[in-house]
Design a protein around this ligand. Structure first.
Ligand code: TRP
Length: 331
């Protein structure tokens, strides 16, 4: 009996913020901890290359994201944690799959389509800013997933279509060459709340309303003080459910702390005091991971060592699968 394979890719994009942590990192770490599965989590650095083409930025972001997950408790003894670009088998499979994938399927992929639509609206050439990596992005993602016979792929809603494309590609291969790939399923965590940003809208890099996860304590305090609140006077009761301060608080506090804080808001404490309390719980929670993150970033060989070990394990799984695929296609 083999255990279930859970795999997900982490694209290094920008500085990791609280929204990323609560909506994506925390649930993924929980899955790896709780369930009796084989978890493979990897840094999708070559996916990021489709739009980060500055050497230093690319390098910094890749290490930064690896250090973030390790600092937050990813245990490399339990999770096979690797960098995509350290596993060449993925790229070989990607080519094979691309030969079996119709261009039409890629035309329908939403990230590409969105760019085409924008270009049309702007009245410029439809392919402006589209590189081939962006166009074939879903095929590389299919290779990531299929090479490891993944059963479950935890993703955000925006990635559902990509996992469906991976299924289609697997199915197409299987029909032509006989049963080879497992058909993967996406897993979307419906419970994760939308994390409010400083202005109350969803916390997102594109709104510039984020709180970076590993900000210094001083900076964190400053940012928390910028969280938008309503104009309820200091002693008046406040509604916890519409309060951004409360919504953030409960993500970092124990249930009993949350209860106490809720009561205080309902009785009426000032927003200033409430923010002070938010800072306390958050800073307590983040202090250790922040230190660990800083340590790791100061010794990148440590990160490399962990990722290379992970890549070794990943390649041990990937190599026989790739051989199988090659024998199916007649190589
Ligand atoms: N495309 C994903 C994202 O933007 C990252 C990713 C790359 C991925 N390969 C994957 C996710 C394989 C799941 C499985 O977030």
């Amino acid at each position: 009996m083999s255990t279930e394979i859970v795999l997900t890719g982490i694209k290094p994009t920008g500085r990791v913020h609280l929204g990323n942590y609560i909506a994506a990192i925390k649930p993924a770490l929980q899955i790896a901890k709780d369930s009796d599965c084989t978890a493979l989590y990897f840094i999708a650095d070559y996916h990021a290359l489709t739009f980060i083409q500055n050497r230093d930025e690319f390098n910094e972001l890749s290490y930064g994201i690896a250090a973030t997950w390790l600092a937050l408790g990813l245990d490399p003894d339990r999770v096979i944690f690797y960098r995509q670009s350290d596993v060449p088998e993925i790229f070989e499979l990607s080519w094979i799959l691309s030969c079996l994938t119709s261009k039409g399927l890629m035309n329908r992929a939403h990230a590409y389509k969105a760019m085409i639509d924008t270009n049309e609206q702007l009245g410029v050439d439809t392919d402006t800013g589209v590189n081939m990596g962006l166009f074939t992005y879903p095929i590389l993602m299919a290779a990531d997933i299929l090479l490891f016979q993944s059963d479950k792929v935890p993703v955000g809603k925006d990635q559902i279509q990509h996992v469906e494309i991976a299924r289609d590609i697997a199915d197409g291969f299987n029909r032509n060459y006989g049963e080879t790939f497992k058909l993967p399923n996406y897993v979307v965590d419906e419970n994760t709340s939308v994390v409010p940003g400083l202005d109350g809208r969803k916390m997102s890099k594109s709104y510039s309303n984020t709180i970076p996860l590993f900000e210094t304590a001083d900076e964190l305090k400053k940012l928390i003080n910028k969280i938008k609140t309503d104009s309820t006077p200091p002693n008046e009761p406040k509604d916890p459910h519409t309060s951004n301060v409360f919504l953030l608080y409960k993500e970092f506090a124990t249930p009993s702390q949350t209860q106490v804080f809720r009561d205080k808001l309902v009785k009426g404490i000032s927003w200033g005091e409430a923010k002070q309390e938010l800072f306390q719980v958050m800073n307590n929670y983040l202090e250790k991971p922040r230190n660990k993150y800083n340590d790791l970033m100061a010794s990148r060989e440590q990160i490399d060592r962990i990722l290379f070990e992970g890549a070794k394990k990943a390649r041990a799984l990937a190599a026989p699968m790739l051989e199988k695929v090659k024998s199916k296609i007649g190589r």
